[in-house]
Design a protein around this ligand. Sequence first.
Ligand code: NAD
Length: 432
Amino acid sequence: MKIGIVGTGYVGLPSGVGLASLGYDVICIDKDEAKIQALQNGKVTLYEEGLEELFQKVTKNGKLKFTTSMKEGVCEADVVILAVGTPPHPETKEADMRYIYAAAEELAEYITGYTVVADKSTVPVGTGDAVESIIRKVNPQADFDVISLPEFLREGYAVYDFFNPDRIVVGANTERAADVLKKLYAPFSGKTQMLFVKRKSAETIKYASNAFLAMKIHYINEMANFCEKAGADIHEVALGMGLDKRIGNKFLNAGPGYGGSCFPKDTMAMALMAEKFGADMSLIKRTIEGNRARKKEMAERILNMVSDLENAKIGVLGLAFKNGTDDVRESPAMEIISHLIEKGADVVAFDYKATDNAKKILGDKIKYALKADDVFENTDVVAVLTEWPEFKDLDVEKLGPKMRHKRIIDLRNLFDGQMLKKAGFAYKRIGI
Ligand code: NAD
């Protein structure tokens, strides 16, 4: 089976590498020439654990190729996967569909033989219908079906999640398309549940899932605020809640608010989509507002730690929106740092993978440390903004004397607060 993937980003690239390692002939297509050139030259363009190794294997054995030519990628493909971005529209904040529609229009004329066009991008309900119409209009003779194939991978675990999905959801309105997908995912048979549903249901499942997870995060953050006031400890509370199988222990880590390229835009798109359909989504709306406010509030908490000082210097641990990725899109760290700078603070930050991407947003407004230890150098407070587990291994006690003031605000609850307090640090965390 031959597969073309349109869009070679955080979804398209790991999917391409994964499918090629299953033995399929995969061509990844992207209009970003620099990206395709880098990939053709053997350079992996984003960080994901385990991606580099598999990438080298499947490019060397010729199973995975890269091109900027839609024709080359589509004309022999049995399945064409759409994995282009659906960012928030700059004005309406709805999912911006121009990349999907453009890709559909561009690929349509190259469809030869029966082809399944599988939409992996997160798209509003009804997009499958629209994509179908676009292709039909450009190429009335084309023999094709459009299906929804929502992607559930977690950034930072993209490779693991490709091979170990919780479920594979296929929204196919024809048996013929469903059969192709059964064949494509045959290697997962018996290992994971394949769910075949109506195309519109599959499109909804993706938004419904992301909005639910975003609400879960916001819920535990609100609960953390409660614990702070009531004298409980959110860590203990989350532990106790998570043992209930109906609740589960995932997404119960209180922190500075959710970020990333999915939750903020998908909750917004879901709320706006619901408005259009006249359905009340007050829980999602409240989550969006609360999460937005939280980031600013977190920045204020950091500033409060140094409100007694003139020209405070703030050290920041973490720039990525979560650990395991170099992605800074909608990262709480980006928003918090921007707020700190606005208030005139002097910031030095470190991240294991995301510094280059952060530089594209923050430029020279902050300084970038080459190693985690350096953010303690002459700073008045160190704020933990990303939950890189490596930060736990820092010898903070030893680094304390390098600081101007021994103050730490741990927005990811990574450090051992008791130990730090004993060592003379002013230490604040979330939810206690
Ligand atoms: P991305 O921005 O990393 O990659 C998209 C790529 O598509 C870019 O390289 C862009 O150049 C390319 N592109 C755009 N238009 C094109 C065209 N006409 N032809 C060829 N290439 C084109 O985006 P992403 O993070 O991979 O997300 C893709 C989709 O998957 C989005 O809808 C997103 O919501 C969804 N999704 C993302 C994740 C995630 O963790 N990032 C998880 C699940 C679902």
